[in-house]
Design a protein around this ligand. Structure first.
Ligand code: TXA
Ligand code: MG
Length: 320
């Protein structure tokens, strides 16, 4: 593990080529997607994938999402039942990850799937990300580019402050448009929601023509432990105002030191969420109050992340 600063590349053809080369050669590179920045590694290279876990301080049993440039590349790695084809056709590229049976000859590092016979895979909707994936020519395993248990990065500066010299290269593509991680749906059998995220569950259900089954106990995404996405301060939810010593993160008319969306727009709130949690860390906020966010559309995923931010902290086993 080095402590040299990462090389930060601008969002142009040379930057894409440089980051793709780092990935091909087995290095770690962070790149923007529409959801959050990913910490990428060649998914076929055991050493590179192991370096991802090391850089994040992540427990190795937690499998990673593999990123590919299009559905054809996905089909080389996984079997796609009808429901998966329907969802991929409707939402790829986009903030949807599908968990699918991995092909035995996919050639992936066993660390990527943490030994499961399923693979989480997605096609990101970000032109730079897809250019990098095409130029790299390999499937890219990429968890969010933050230290395990900390807030996901939505800017290159967040990556620098979280991972610093543990990543060789960062492509700076500006802030992420969605700002929440992808929605994860398992299509191994009946479609199940494993993680609420940047694609509202209602959109998925509409395209499938059926409600999603809840993930029963034991079939949750392994990364979904309760303490996650945590700023350093203690978090109190559904606050209408700030108590003494608290910094209020507002929403809509419940205004605070920061406001996720003064107009009460959930898309804007999602895009701001992680950046504002980072800002609360920078402000050294010890006690954080968060305004209520309605449980509709992207509000479901926003509240999921906020609940994790407010959960009693794990230390050794918080992941992500
Ligand atoms: O938006 C995103 O999904 C971002 C960007 C970079 O693409 N990536 C991301 O990756 O959030 P990560 O590693 O932080 O979260 C991956 C989640 C974890 O909760 C993990 O447990 C789950 O996906 N997962 C991965 N493979 C799985 C599998 N085979 N079955 C069930 N869950 C899986
Ligand atoms: Mg994560």
């Amino acid at each position: 593990m080095t402590d040299r600063s990462p090389v930060i590349y601008p969002s142009d053809a040379d930057g894409v080529a440089a980051v793709a080369r780092v990935l091909r050669e087995g290095g770690l590179a962070a790149f923007p997607t529409e959801t959050v920045y990913g910490l990428g590694a060649d998914a076929r290279n055991d050493q590179a994938v192991a370096a991802v876990f090391e850089a994040k301080g992540r427990p190795v049993f937690n499998p990673l999402i593999v990123h590919v440039p299009d559905m054809a590349a996905a089909e080389e790695l996984v079997r796609m039942p009808d429901a998966a084809v329907t969802l991929a056709t409707a939402f790829w590229p986009g903030p949807l990850t599908l968990v699918l049976p991995v092909r035995p000859d996919a050639g992936l590092s066993a660390l990527v799937t943490a030994g499961l016979d399923t693979l989480a895979i997605r096609v990101p909707d970000h032109p730079i990300a897809r250019d990098i994936l095409r130029a790299a020519g390999c499937p890219v395993a990429a968890p969010s580019a933050n230290p395990s248990g900390r807030i996901s990065p939505t800017t290159a500066a967040h990556v620098v402050s979280g991972l610093g010299g543990r990543v060789a290269a960062i492509l700076d593509g500006g802030p992420c448009a969605v700002g929440l991680e992808s929605t994860i749906v398992s299509c191994v059998d009946t479609p199940r929601l494993l993680r609420a995220g940047g694609l509202p569950e209602t959109d998925v259900a509409r395209v499938l023509g059926q409600h999603l089954s809840e993930a029963g106990p034991g079939i949750v995404a392994p990364g979904q432990l309760s303490s996650h996405y945590a700023p350093r301060g203690r978090v109190r939810l559904n606050a209408r105002d700030a108590r003494a010593g608290e910094v209020l993160l507002g929403f809509g008319r419940v205004d605070g030191a920061l406001n996720l969306s003064p107009s009460g727009n959930l898309v804007e709130a999602a895009a701001n969420l992680f950046a504002m949690l980072h800002q609360l860390d920078q402000m050294d906020a010890k006690e954080i109050a968060v305004a209520p966010v309605p449980m509709v559309g992207l509000g479901v995923a926003i509240n999921d992340r906020l609940r994790r931010a407010a959960a009693p902290r794990h230390t050794a086993d918080s992941v992500g």
